[in-house]
Ligand binder design. Structure first.
Ligand code: F6R
Length: 618
């Protein structure tokens, strides 16, 4: 949450910083600001609202200079008004600070600084940081920015990524990472160095990037970067060459990132599968997982930890892995996991699922497991993210940058990763018949083609825009699924509520009669996920029960299912596919429905209210 961008070099810093913030706006859009160091000192422009407000201000009142820093905010302390926008300045305007994260002890620090005579102009925790650095800077005869930042960092509690520029130090930009406050990426150019909270901000400028670790400080200059720990010891940090295409972080022909990311799913699934299946021998290999065949065989329990959409992917994973590898799987909300003293045993594995690799609760759950010496792995999308770095093994989603706040392609690619993991474990444990093994691998190979066709048909038919026109004004929706598609119902409901603000509930279909069926009337549409599978008959009787109570039914069903087509009010067609892979195709109509309903209602699809993509605060 919150995005930071910084630049030092030979170009106009404000232009690069604002361009980078545009690519990070998914991290927060409550206010934005930029500070530039030039011959007049440090000049700051900040504005409440989205980045466009700041851009307008910069047109009226431009600032130029070769060193700059900027921020896009997701409000934690204080409302989204101009006085709370970053950067925050010291009283003499000599230094400015931007921050991502939370200063947990900001109240006592604020009182301490007030006693020292500092006057606060905002409600933010960030303002204590700039005053604290300023106070250390002026404490003693020698003014040393690095020393002052280090001394301030030692007093701060809670996760923070902090960027600082100082008028007396015009050739340096300082950044510190304290805890899991979201990424700190340093980009290397020719005679210029970049800073950002995430890779997409820097893709048009450089592919050579470093990822700052917890409790490290980086000093950026035009010629490169020096990295130290907080005791001042020099640190070596590998430079990673990022292969993502710069266009991957642009909307291109699409109206929204979410729409683009929905329509990219055939290609992203193709990338997820690439090089992991040996089709000649029907074998799956996951070398980055670092889990030997012997260790896979010895496993006694797998715990999946994740939040939101990634948690629902984990529920599908439980079904897949228990079915294929006969391994007990627990799925836990990462945000609950660490607050209930989990029990660990020998030969267990904890698997995190996280698109961003920076979700603070998921990282905390991983740490909890690591502290007990449990083998940890992550299904992760963001290259170089904290989850990818700290876990013993990784299975990348290879979805490419996901920028729309509502997760889509990360969900389907993590389902594919989970299918690969299920097969890999089953191979090692000898728990899968050759028939299932071959069938699944053949179907995985066909999956990108099936998804491409489903999406092409949806685009051509305009069906989802029609459905949005018919149902988009309803106030409540119910989503039902059963078996492996029950989590798909939960995910469909989440997609609808987060971008269109319509109340939607996902339920296991079998639970309907235990209460929720009371909700059904002619005003409450029910979306059912009903491919022809082992629970098809149960889903059909569910549809009948809703219809008997005058409820409208929108059914995700196979395109040639004449029975459901006749009985349901609308069909959301999917191709037939192996039951264990059916969630990958079944969720796509629900993404399209949510997207079109949000567009119909005029909602801001890519930047839904109150949300931000990377949840780096608790
Ligand atoms: C919903 C959504 C969120 C995320 C959740 C976890 O569309 O995007 O529910 O899935 O915040 O994020 P990651 O996967 O980055 O850990």
């Amino acid at each position: 949450m919150c995005g930071i961008v910084g630049y030092i070099g030979h170009r106009d810093a404000a232009v690069i910083v604002v361009d980078g913030l545009r690519r990070l706006e998914y991290r927060g859009y409550d206010s934005a600001g930029v500070a530039v160091l030039n011959g007049h000192g440090i000049e700051v422009r900040r504005e409440a609202g989205k980045l466009a407000q700041l851009e307008s201000l910069l047109v009226q009142s431009p600032i130029g200079g070769p060193l700059g820093i900027g921020h896009t905010r997701w409000a934690t302390h204080g409302p989204p008004v101009q006085r709370n926008a970053h950067p925050h300045s010291s009283p003499d305007a000599q230094m400015v600070v931007v921050q991502n994260g939370i200063v947990e002890n900001f109240q006592p620090l604020r009182r301490l600084l007030q006693d020292r005579g500092y006057v606060f102009h905002s409600d933010t925790d960030t303002e204590v940081i700039v005053h604290l650095i300023h106070s250390h800077y002026h404490n003693g005869s020698e003014r040393d920015l690095i020393h002052a930042v280090r001394a301030a960092a030692a007093e701060l509690e809670g996760p923070s990524a902090i960027g600082v520029i100082c008028q007396d130090d015009p050739e340096r930009l300082v950044v510190v990472r304290l805890g899991n406050a979201g990424g700190v990426v340093i980009g290397h150019g020719e005679g210029e160095t970049f800073l950002a909270s995430d890779i997409p901000a820097l893709l048009p400028y450089t592919r050579r990037m470093q990822f700052l670790e917890n409790r490290q400080m980086a000093i950026l200059s035009r010629d490169g970067v020096e990295i130290f720990d907080l005791d001042g010891n020099a640190c070596d940090l590998p430079v990673t060459e990022i292969s993502w295409d710069a266009d991957a972080a642009e909307k291109g022909e699409y109206a929204h990132f979410m729409q683009k990311e929905i329509f990219e799913q055939a290609e992203s699934i193709q990338r997820t599968l690439a090089h992991r299946i040996d089709f000649d021998h029907y074998r799956v290999d996951l070398p980055e997982l670092n889990l030997s065949v012997d260790a896979a065989r010895a496993l006694r329990k797998l715990t999946i930890v994740a939040c939101g959409t990634s948690y629902y992917a984990g529920l599908v994973g439980k079904f897949l892995i228990e079915h294929l590898a006969r391994l007990p799987v627990e799925v836990d909300y990462a945000s609950e996991y660490r607050y209930r003293s989990p029990v660990f045993g020998q030969d267990e594995m904890v698997l995190a699922i996280t698109q961003s690799g920076e979700t603070v609760d998921t990282l905390a759950a991983i740490e909890e497991a690591r502290d007990f010496g449990v083998f940890t792995a992550a299904i992760v999308n963001a290259v170089g993210s904290q989850a990818a770095r700290v876990c013993d093994g990784v299975i990348y989603m290879h979805a490419g940058p996901e920028i729309g706040v509502a997760s889509t392609k990360a969900f389907t690619t993590s389902l594919v990763d989970m299918a690969l993991l299920g097969i890999y474990l089953a191979q090692a444990r000898g728990t899968m018949t050759a028939e299932t093994h071959h069938a699944l691998i053949d179907e995985l190979a066909h999956l990108p083609g099936l998804v491409a066709r489903l999406l092409a048909d949806a685009r051509q038919s305009g069906h989802y825009a029609d459905l949005a026109a018919r149902y988009g004004e309803r106030h409540n929706f119910l989503y039902l699924g059963r078996g492996i598609n029950y989590p798909v119902a939960l995910e469909g409901a989440l997609k609808l509520k987060e971008i269109s603000y319509i109340h939607a509930e996902g339920y296991p279909a079998g639970e309907m009669k235990h209460g929720p069926i009371a909700l059904i009337d002619e005003r409450m549409p029910t979306v059912v996920v009903a491919p022809r599978n082992s629970v098809y008959d149960k889903m059909v009787s569910q549809i009948e029960q809703v219809k008997a109570r005058n409820g409208a039914v929108l059914a995700v069903a196979e395109e040639d299912d004449a029975y459901i087509r006749a009985v349901a009010d609308a069909i959301l067609p999917i191709p037939p596919v192996h039951e264990l892979l059916s969630p990958v195709v079944a969720v796509i109509p629900l993404q399209l429905l949510a997207y079109e309903v949000a567009v119909h209602r005029g909602a801001d699809v890519d930047q839904p209210r109150n949300l931000a993509k990377s949840v780096t605060v608790e």
